[in-house]
Design a protein around this ligand. Structure first.
Ligand SMILES: *Cc1c(COP(=O)(O)O)cnc(C)c1O
Length: 365
């Protein structure tokens, strides 16, 4: 797409959608990422032609040649966001423009074409509109949206592909924490790192996740829920979790989170938490936090709360930290006050229950 002309979406409704009764049964306990809606969005890209063939169509397998570039060299990026039902029967998204901008930052790093931000946001509107019956009712559920793009060119040469496919799918999800928010235990990986300076740590690409899976498996082996990565150069500074950013809350009310130096994914939840915590009167610092200080400050009691944050789980308290030489507890191991207040504020804002002074809530329907 060039010259400012807009891409028209062709709507081809699914001729055989899931019946209302079957949908209700699926929505009763959707879990995460297992149930999908009736439709998907696809948009094609070719060098010299730009973006074309924007469609909303029946969700279906994507035919793929075995020599498709993505299968060999992993040119793939994605986003993760949610649509929420509001008390008045509406539907919202949270800061979709931020996801659109980040999608293009990721695309640039992976030598992929940019998708106009308005097209990205419109694609999600169209999908939510046609599949709105799939958004779970009630406080905890939401419709998880997964826009992604990959190199579809059939070519084994190593260079940026010249054909791409953008796809958006949607998956109803239930409460992340069934039975109330529970603190997680994290494993500080001694061997694996997630991102190096100059690498792809700040891009939301599938490859970063592939590289994190062995470390996550190691965390599970040690009885932990999630892995924490230290920096790749000194193995000293806390970067983030496999798919969530991390915050530290101290006894003087100050809050710290590692700075965006290129090895950390710039979370939209992270940025929102910085804004909300600052507005609530906390002194928020984006500064390096060493694992040694994390341990020492937990032992002295100066460190009161630690939490992880991201779209899927919003804000998640971290109760216990394990590493090869030992383990320690944060505070009394229970969810902290600051953590839970920030969590509530975000959740209420996303569901349209509270004022939105930052203009973050995007009304879809
Ligand atoms: C997506 C992601 C996050 C969280 O980003 P949000 O925009 O808050 O959902 C954090 N870390 C990694 C590695 C991620 O991929």
């Amino acid at each position: 797409m060039s010259g400012g002309d807009t891409l028209e979406f062709e709507i081809r409704p699914n001729p055989a959608p899931v019946t209302a009764a079957d949908r209700a049964a699926l929505l009763a306990n959707p879990g995460f990422g297992r149930v999908f809606t009736d439709h998907m969005v696809t948009i094609r890209y070719a060098d010299g032609k730009g973006w074309y063939d924007a469609r909303v169509e029946a969700r279906a397998p994507i035919p793929m040649d075995p020599a498709s570039a993505v299968l060999h060299y992993a040119q793939e990026i994605f986003e993760g966001m949610k649509a929420y039902r509001t008390a008045d029967g509406g539907v919202t998204m949270f800061r979709p423009e931020a996801n659109a901008a980040r999608f293009n930052t990721s695309a640039r790093r992976m030598a992929m074409p940019a998708l106009p931000e308005s097209t990205f946001v419109e694609s999600l509107h169209r999908l939510i509109e046609i599949d709105r019956a799939w958004i779970p009712e009630g406080e905890d559920g939401s419709l998880y949206l997964r826009p992604f793009m990959f190199a579809s060119e059939v070519f084994l040469g190593v260079r940026p592909a010249n054909e791409y496919l953008y796809v958006a799918i949607a998956s109803p999800v239930g409460a992340y924490f069934s039975g109330g928010v529970k603190p997680v235990t994290v494993w500080v990986s001694p061997d694996f790192t997630r991102a190096a300076p100059g690498g792809t740590g700040a891009a939301k690409c599938g490859g970063n996740y592939a590289a994190s899976l062995a470390a996550q498996a190691e965390a599970i082996e040690h009885g932990c829920d999630q892995v924490v990565f230290l920096d790749a150069v000194e193995r000293r500074w806390v970067d983030e979790l496999g798919g969530m950013n991390v915050f530290f809350v101290y006894d003087d009310g100050s809050v710290a989170t590692p700075p965006l130096t290129g090895t950390i994914l710039p979370g939209i939840t992270r940025e929102s938490v910085i804004t909300l915590a600052t507005a609530a009167g906390h002194r928020v610092q984006e500064r390096p936090v060493s694992f040694a200080d994390w341990q020492a400050d937990a032992a002295s009691g100066r460190l009161r709360e630690v939490f992880a944050c991201g779209t899927a789980a919003v804000v998640t308290p971290i109760g216990q930290v394990r590493f090869p030489d030992g383990e320690f507890t944060i505070g009394d191991g229970e969810p902290g006050q600051v953590t839970m207040a920030l969590r509530q504020q975000l959740v209420d804002m996303q569901r349209g229950k509270t004022a939105d002074p930052h203009g973050w809530v995007h009304r879809v329907l």
